[in-house]
Design a protein. Structure first.
Length: 314
C-alpha cells in the first residue's frame, strides 16, 4: 500500500528558521501537500489561469519591487484577489517587510505571512528539495536492506529463509545495515528509490534463536546507515531441483517498485552455500553492469566467435 504524506507548515518554519510576520488562525494545522513552490509573477498582473493554490507562494525582490511601483489601492486589489485563493502561506525573501496592504489582506483572508533573509532562488531550490524528500511516494516492504561495496541490496524472500543471517555475515565482512524486517522505500526521482528503516526498529536486527541485537552497539556505528539507494533486489528462494535456473546471467530480471524497475537476481540456496559471498559478488557484478561491462554477454560473444571460427576452419 502506497502512503501519502504531508508536511506541517510549522515544521517547515522551524527547519528553515523562518520568521512569522502574521500567523493565520489555522497556522498550526496547515499542511503542505505538494512539493513545488510558486512565485506569483503573472498573478500580480491579474493572470490567474492555471494558478495552483496548493503551493507555497514565494515573493522576492522582483515581485516586491513591482508592487512598490503601484498605488496603495492597486496593491490592495492585487493582494485581495491573490489571498482569496487561500494558499498555505506567502513567504517573502531577502527580509523584505510586507507592506500595509499585504498585511491588511492577509488578516482579511486569514493567510499566513512568512519572511526569510535568504535570496529568493536559494530559498525556492532548498525548499523544493526538502519537500521532494518529505513528500516522496513511499511504500513499506518486508525484507532486509544492506549496503555492499556501495550498492544498496534489498533482500527479499520467505520469512525464516536466512535474510537476517546473511546480513549479519555481511556486517562481519565490513558492510552495512540499513533496515531489517521492514524497509520504508521512497521514490526520490523518476528512476531512483531510497530505502530506510522505520524509526522504531532502526539499527536492530532479529536472529532466530538469539533474539534482537543492536547492530550499532555490537558492530560499531560504522556498521549502520540511516538510508541508501536501492540498486539491486535479491530474491532468496529454496533450491528446487525441478526448477531451471539461469546459469549464464543473460536473463535480465527486474522488480517494479513504485513504478521504478530495479535489477533483480534470484538466488536459490541450499545448506552450505555461502550466501554472504554470493551477495558480495552480486553487488560487484551489478556495479560493473552499470559501468557498461557485462561478463555474461562477453562470454556469450566469445563462445559465438569460437564456434564461428571452428565452422570456418571446417
Amino acid at each position: 500500500m502506497i502512503d501519502t504524506y504531508s508536511v506541517l507548515l510549522t515544521t517547515l518554519v522551524k527547519e528553515f528558521h523562518l520568521e512569522v510576520a502574521y500567523a493565520s488562525t489555522d497556522y498550526a494545522s496547515i499542511h503542505l501537500t505538494v512539493e513545488d513552490v510558486a512565485r506569483p509573477g503573472l498573478q500580480l498582473a491579474g493572470y490567474f489561469d492555471h494558478f495552483e493554490p496548493m503551493r507555497l507562494q514565494v515573493m522576492g525582490n522582483v515581485e516586491m519591487s513591482y508592487l512598490d511601483k503601484l498605488t496603495p489601492t492597486e496593491r490592495s486589489i492585487i493582494f485581495d484577489r491573490l489571498f482569496s485563493y487561500k494558499f498555505p502561506a506567502l513567504l517573502i525573501a531577502r527580509n523584505i517587510p510586507p507592506d500595509e496592504q499585504c498585511m491588511e489582506m492577509a488578516r482579511k483572508h486569514n493567510i499566513t505571512i512568512l519572511r526569510s533573509p535568504e535570496a529568493t532562488s536559494t530559498l525556492v531550490s532548498t525548499i523544493i528539495t526538502y519537500l521532494k524528500a518529505a513528500l516522496a511516494p513511499r511504500i513499506t516492504r518486508h525484507g532486509v536492506l544492506v549496503e555492499v561495496y556501495g550498492e544498496g541490496i534489498l533482500l527479499i524472500g520467505d520469512s525464516g529463509i536466512g535474510k537476517s543471517e546473511a546480513a549479519v555475515e555481511l556486517l562481519k565482512r565490513g558492510h552495512r545495515l540499513i533496515a531489517d524486517d521492514a524497509v520504508e522505500i521512497k521514490k526520490v526521482s523518476t528512476n531512483s528509490l531510497v530505502g530506510t528503516a522505520p524509526e522504531l526498529i532502526r539499527n536492530y536486527i532479529e536472529l532466530r534463536g538469539i533474539g534482537i541485537i543492536n547492530v550499532a552497539k555490537l558492530f560499531g556505528v560504522g556498521a549502520v546507515r540511516s538510508q541508501n539507494e536501492i540498486n539491486l533486489v535479491v530474491k532468496i528462494v529454496p533450491w528446487n531441483t525441478l526448477e531451471v535456473y539461469d546459469r549464464l546471467g543473460l536473463e535480465e530480471q527486474y522488480m517494479e517498485i513504485l513504478g521504478v524497475n530495479i535489477p533483480m537476481n534470484t538466488i536459490p540456496i541450499t545448506p552450505g552455500r555461502n550466501l554472504a559471498m554470493i551477495l558480495e559478488v552480486a553487488a560487484m557484478n551489478n556495479r560493473q553492469k552499470k559501468m557498461g561491462y557485462n561478463a555474461a554477454q562477453e562470454f556469450t560473444e566469445q563462445v559465438d566467435r569460437h564456434f564461428a571460427s571452428n565452422m570456418g576452419n571446417g
